[in-house]
Design a protein around this ligand. Structure first.
Ligand code: MV4
Length: 504
């Protein structure tokens, strides 16, 4: 008999989340198997796992999305559980189904709960029936133009056409007046067909400039479903979250309690198990509406871990093994304020173009209440084949003001040389008066960051680059320098990509 929850866990992901999962397994003394594509042979997650197997060439369909190969790897390496992380196969109901056939535990919800939440129309109907508020709109999918016209008339313009298989903003169309309705429905159907292979669309009232606020839920197989409060995720760019925080400035204790209760009811109604997130839109009047449920551990889960003092990945593993969730979760409260910044490999000064190359120098900020979840280090080759997230920087402080100050300081102490990152862009968001005032709505980036002036101080920049190069050459033990087949930092530095303290 084994004295661990599982004999070995296959980590079916890459990058920072694979590292995060391996770290949780280490705490539980569970051995891990990493999978990797040929592009990731030297990646951090591969080095950290107890064992690793190359699973195919860089294209995701032949590696991180290759379900057959992953199940076969789990079998041949005697893994009795698989953690999917986020993205890739994490919300594909075939994954838990194939695991079950193979006698492997899937660390996540059932295929049934995934299917329900994967269909936005079905989820709306089910949630509405359970008394969870949904955005006013159609009861089911749109059948013909008449049903769209009637629903739009009842909801009142502007309305929004959405894809049933959608999420993440694809296939959405705002319609401002009846004359545009038919063309918009047809366009949304085409887009949905192309993106999801399913042209089912439906109609909702369009909420202008809402906030995106989500609740972390956790459910075990012993009848316990709880929530761990909210994350405010309104700061997004083209439906990609950039900054998340908890608590939300928009919630009163009464609204928080109401939404938390709705989130728990949503999870219970879906027969949900393991970690999940219930997303809401919150309008100017404090009205809240169920948007969708994400059936996975999310990128921004550390914000909840910091404010509630929990380890959600450890809990996911315990729950999947059939244990009751830890007692401390039942007494969880929100303490202080946490903020997360996603560090992307992209060039914010050049239309957020993906940035690739070798990390020539890498130094993380350290200090009380500073956490870095990273998938990279010095020498890591960053390509363009996968999601551009390099790392997440999370800070925890007694108040929101202190958390913002700590985050700005920590971003200033985060040095990544060799590729462009979104670091400076995030510093500008955090320093913006509207952000500081807590006026974080979903239109924040397009409204306040469009014509952003980029400061370049050539003298300081040059000095910083020279200092970095000198440090690399001196090769102190705590620094990682790699040899000269890669371009020098002088060629790749760009505006503000060398770390320096920002004092404004
Ligand atoms: C909406 C909305 C306004 N009204 N639905 C965007 C992604 C998808 N999951 C849902 N989204 C929205 N749905 C109604 N009825 C506005 C958005 C939206 C949004 C939502 C969350 C975070 C950022 C957003 C940015 C633009 C639009």
């Amino acid at each position: 008999m084994s004295d661990t929850l599982f004999k070995k866990i296959l980590v079916a992901n890459r990058g920072e989340i694979a590292v995060r999962i391996i770290n949780a397994c280490r705490l539980l003394k569970i051995p891990t198997l990493a999978i990797y594509s040929t592009a990731d042979a030297d990646a951090v997650h591969v080095r950290m796992a107890d064992e690793a197997i190359e699973i195919g060439p860089p294209p995701p369909l032949e590696s991180y999305l290759a379900l057959d190969k992953i199940i076969a790897a789990a079998k041949s390496f005697h893994c009795d559980a698989i953690h999917p992380g986020y993205g890739f196969l994490a919300e594909n109901p075939l994954f838990p189904e194939r695991c079950e056939e193979a006698g492997i535990t899937f660390i996540g919800p059932s295929a049934k709960a995934m299917r329900l939440m994967g269909n936005k129309v079905e989820a709306r109907i089910k949630m509405s029936g359970a008394g969870v508020p949904v955005i006013p709109g159609m009861k089911g999918a749109g059948a013909d133009l008449r049903t769209f016209e009637e629903a739009a008339h009842e909801a009142g313009y502007p309305v929004l056409i959405k894809a049933a298989a959608g999420g993440g903003g694809k296939g959405m169309r705002v319609v401002h007046e009846p004359e545009e309705l038919q063309a918009s429905v047809e366009a949304a159907m085409r887009e949905a067909k192309n993106a999801f292979g399913d042209d089912t669309v439906y109609l909702e009232k369009y909420l202008e400039n809402p906030r995106h606020i989500e609740f972390q839920v956790m459910a075990d197989n012993h009848g316990n479903t709880i929530h761990l409060f909210e994350r405010e995720c309104s700061i997004q760019r083209r439906h990609q979250k950039i900054i998340e925080e908890s608590p939300s400035m928009a919630l009163t204790p009464a609204l928080r309690a109401q939404m938390g209760q709705a989130a728990v009811r949503a999870a219970e109604t879906a027969g949900y198990r393991n970690a999940g997130t219930v997303e809401f839109l919150v309008d100017k009047n404090g009205g809240f509406y169920f948007l969708e449920m994400n059936t996975r551990i999310q990128v921004e889960h550390p914000v909840t871990e910091m404010t509630t003092g929990s380890d959600l990945v450890v809990e996911q593993i315990r729950i999947a093994a059939g244990e009751k969730m830890s007692e401390y979760l039942f007494r969880a409260s929100q303490r202080g304020h946490a903020i997360e910044c996603r560090v992307y490999a992209e060039d914010a000064e050049n239309n957020f173009f993906p940035s690739s190359g070798n990390i020539l120098y890498y130094e993380e900020p350290v200090g009380p209440g500073i956490r870095v979840d990273s998938g990279v280090t010095g020498g890591t080759k960053v390509g363009v084949e996968y999601d551009p997230i390099l790392a997440k920087l999370i800070v925890h402080a007694p108040t929101r003001d202190l958390a913002i100050a700590k985050m700005i300081a920590a971003l200033g102490d985060y040095h990544i040389l060799g590729i462009k990152t979104s670091r400076k862009f995030m510093m500008d968001v955090l320093a913006h008066p509207e952000f500081k005032a807590g006026r974080t709505y979903t239109d924040f980036i397009p409204t306040h960051m469009q014509d952003r002036e980029v400061d370049v101080i050539p003298a300081v920049e040059t000095a910083a680059a020279a200092a970095a190069l000198a440090m690399m050459k001196s090769a102190k033990p705590n620094m990682t320098a790699i040899k000269a087949t890669t371009p020098s930092p002088w060629q790749t530095i760009g505006a503000w990509e060398i770390g320096m303290r920002i004092t404004k």
